[in-house]
Design a protein around this ligand. Sequence first.
Ligand code: ASP
Length: 431
Amino acid sequence: MLNKLKKISLSNWILIGMILGILVGFILNFWVTDPFIKNIILMDNVFYFGGTGFIRLMKMLVVPLVFCSIIVGVSSISDIRKIGSIGGTTVLLYLLTTALAVSIALLIAGIIKPGVGLHMASLIEQSNVTVNQTMTDTLLNMIPENPINSLASGDMLPVIIFGVLIGIILAKLKNETQTFNKLFSEGNTIMMEMTSIVMKFAPIGVFCLMARTFAGLGVDGLLPLSKYILCVLIGLAIQGFIVYPTLLVIFTRLNPLKFFRKFTSVMFFAFSSSTSNATIPLNLEKLSELGVSRDVSSFTIPLGATINMDGTAIMQGCAVMFAAQAYGIDLTTSALLTVVFTAVMASIGTAGVPSVGLITLTMVFNSIGLPVDAIGIIMGIDHILDMFRTAVNVTGDAICTIIVSFRSKSIDLDVFNGEKEIEKTEIEYFD
Ligand code: ASP
């Protein structure tokens, strides 16, 4: 029996943790009435500790792992033009997939019409989400004024830029900077090992996160918004299971089923945690198992966690249509194009953390003069959608990374196709 349990892979354990968590959550929600056991012991202590503790462990890994692995990855690509071309193609793909995602959402919400016939006044809750950042500010914030500050506060874009610059310089000065080369390379090895250790707790963390969410989930708020929820879920399903596999086939001719077989645990983790940022370490690990070189993924995945949020863009497209329909506002073609543009821009420069999409949604609403109060209506049910869209966000990052690494010949196709196991070797960068 114990031997059989030992044979279950970590990915399957994560799935088991998730399903058990959902079940336990539902049981607590509908059948356990004792508030002491349900709320005080389980939800506020046991599950809270297990879930939040695990997310904190994952977050602990992000900055040092991303920083070291970007430096090591970039410094190992000695041709600076290759870095430029990988960076350029990645950013372009990220922007295109996001634009496609919003367009799909606008189309679906145009057909299903989730906002028609809603009584706005009875639904509006006070919304206090606002964001005043302009596009120029977003671009400026990418330049680290004080890199130590950016590292300390986990600001991904400045950390990426600083890491890329150090990587390029290390590649250039190779012989003069042996100590630093070795320091970052060994730092990277340490962080990869720490990731493997932390990941062993993933099934328990995921179980606690799911149990807590589903034990506290109210169904009352869901009903009047069921059409809106349906629109978002259909949009996410199209993006995740039609658009991405199609892109993978068109650009690489690789088999999407092979991708999903290994990648689902990352989606489950993103679903449970609602944060692309905390999913970075697991995403990197799974892409390595799919044969993608860390030289590429160490740069594209953290970048994607920040600037590529296709799932979030789908929610935003649906939310715009929902609010416009509910208020009886007709959106012109130019307003729709503005939505596509602003939703793409809104996804740049915000970290992949829970519910951030709701905050940047104010930017999108403001761009076409929709009343931001409408955001208050969907706020109550956003957590559940956040889970689904985060799973799509991380899948988008991985698919674009595979396409980019295929084009730059940085993927081992035998490993992807399951014909060869990935070797757990240390990467030597300066032999
Ligand atoms: N939670 C999402 C993420 O981390 C962002 C959002 O849509 O709120 O990717």
